[in-house]
Design a protein around this ligand. Structure first.
Ligand code: SF4
Length: 338
C-alpha cells in the first residue's frame, strides 16, 4: 500500500503509541499500562541523522525498537518509503533497516569468528559462502577501519571500540538504507567514542545512509545529529535542527538538560545550571496536562496541569510541546539552583 509521495522522507511516524500491559501474574487481568511511547509523530529524512535524546525511561529505546518493527505498535502507523511497516515482511525490513546496540559484545556469539559474525546476515539472505564471501567480509572490515586478517579472530580478542566496528561491519553487510544506533558509544572511553562517531559520519557520507541515533548524551547528539528530538515520558517535548535546539531551546526541559552539560555550550555557562526537582514520574501513571508540569520551574497551575500541550511549530522546523515556550535569551528561574 503506497501512502506517501514525498521523496525526501524515509520514515514517517504518525501518532505512534506503545503501551505495555502491567499484570500481577502471568494469567492475571491487566491492571494498568506503561505508556512507554505515547503519541509520537515525526519524520526521518533521507540521508540525515536524527538524534533522539532523553533521560532513562523516556521511551527512546522503545521508540527505536518500534521503528525497526522489533516490537509491534499499540496504535498509530510507521511508514517506510511510502509503505506501512506492518505490511512489510520482516526479511525485507532487515535488508533495509539495521541496528547497532550499545553492547556489541552482547550481540555476538563468542564462539563465532568475526568472519562468521559479519557474513551471517548475508548467508541468512541466501548468499553462498566461499571465496567471494571472504572478499566481501574483508572489504567490510576495511570499510570500518579494521584489517582483513581480523576475520579469523574471536570477539574477546577485540577492544570495545573494535567490537563496535565489527558490529557496524555486520550492520552494513546487507547494504541497508537505514541504521538505528542505540547508545552505540556510551560504553566506550571518550577518545574511542570520538573515533567511532567520526567513522559513523564518514560511512554515512560514503553510503548515503540515514541514521536515528538514540542517546542520553547531549554532547554526542550535538556532535553527530542534523536534527534532535527531545523525549520526556513517552512524548516529544522539542524537535529542531541541532544548532537551533542548542542555541535557542524553547522547552524548559530542553533548557534544563542543556544547562547540565559539563562543557559550556553556546549561550550557556556553568553558573546557570538548572537542577530539576524530583524524579521522572512513572510512565504507568503520567501526570495530567503537560507531563513535565511536576518538575517545570515555570509551570502555571490551572493550565499546565490541566491541558496537554501539542507539539507545534514555533519557527521553521522547530517544534515544541509547551504552553509557554521560552523566547531566545529567556532564562528559567533558578529555584533549583545548586
Ligand atoms: Fe512547563 Fe507548562 Fe511548558 Fe509544560 S506546558 S513545559 S509545565 S510551562
Amino acid at each position: 500500500m503506497k501512502l506517501l509521495s514525498d521523496k525526501k522522507i524515509l520514515i514517517e511516524l504518525n501518532n505512534v503509541k506503545k503501551w505495555f500491559p502491567i499484570k500481577s501474574g502471568l494469567l492475571s487481568p491487566v491492571k494498568n499500562f506503561v505508556h512507554a511511547v505515547d503519541g509520537v509523530s515525526l519524520v526521518v529524512n533521507k540521508g540525515e541523522t536524527l538524534g533522539v535524546v532523553g533521560e532513562s525511561g523516556c521511551g527512546k529505546t522503545t521508540l527505536g525498537r518500534l521503528i525497526l518493527n522489533l516490537i509491534p505498535i499499540t496504535s498509530g502507523s510507521i511508514i517506510y518509503e511510502g509503505v506501512e511497516l506492518k505490511r512489510m515482511r520482516n526479511r525485507d525490513i532487515r535488508k533495509k533497516m539495521q541496528i547497532v546496540f550499545q553492547d556489541p559484545g552482547g550481540s555476538m556469539n563468542p564462539r563465532m569468528t568475526v568472519r562468521s559474525i559479519v557474513s551471517e546476515p548475508l548467508i541468512v539472505n541466501g548468499h553462498s559462502d566461499g571465496a567471494e564471501m571472504t572478499k566481501k567480509v574483508g572489504d567490510l572490515l576495511e570499510s570500518v577501519g579494521l584489517k582483513k586478517n581480523h576475520m579469523t579472530r574471536f570477539p574477546h580478542e577485540f577492544s570495545g571500540g573494535q567490537k563496535q566496528r565489527v558490529a557496524l561491519a555486520r550492520a552494513l553487510a546487507l547494504e541497508p538504507d537505514f541504521i538505528l544506533l542505540d547508545e552505540p558509544t556510551s560504553a566506550l572511553d571518550v577518545s574511542v567514542q570520538a573515533q567511532v562517531l567520526n567513522l559513523l559520519d564518514e560511512i554515512q557520507k560514503q553510503r548515503g545512509l540515514t541514521f536515528v541515533f538514540i542517546t542520553h548524551s547531549l554532547n554526542v547528539v550535538h556532535h553527530i545529529s542534523d536534527r534532535v528530538a527531545v523525549m520526556y515520558l513517552g512524548k516529544i517535548a522539542e524537535l529542531a535542527k541541532t544548532d537551533d535546539l542548542f542555541e535557542r531551546p524553547a522547552h524548559p526541559y530542553t533548557h534544563a538538560l542543556l544547562s547540565a552539560i559539563p562543557e559550556p555550550t553556546v549561550g550557556q555557562d556553568r553558573s546557570e545550571r538548572i537542577v530539576l526537582s524530583g524524579d521522572v514520574p512513572s510512565p504507568a501513571d503520567p501526570p495530567s496536562g503537560c507531563r513535565f508540569h511536576t518538575r517545570c520551574p515555570i509551570a502555571k497551575p490551572g493550565t499546565c496541569d490541566v491541558e496537554e500541550p501539542e507539539l507545534i511549530e514555533i519557527d521553521t522546523g522547530h517544534k515544541v510541546a509547551c504552553h509557554f515556550p521560552l523566547v531566545p535569551g529567556q532564562k528559567l528561574p533558578m529555584i533549583n539552583e545548586q
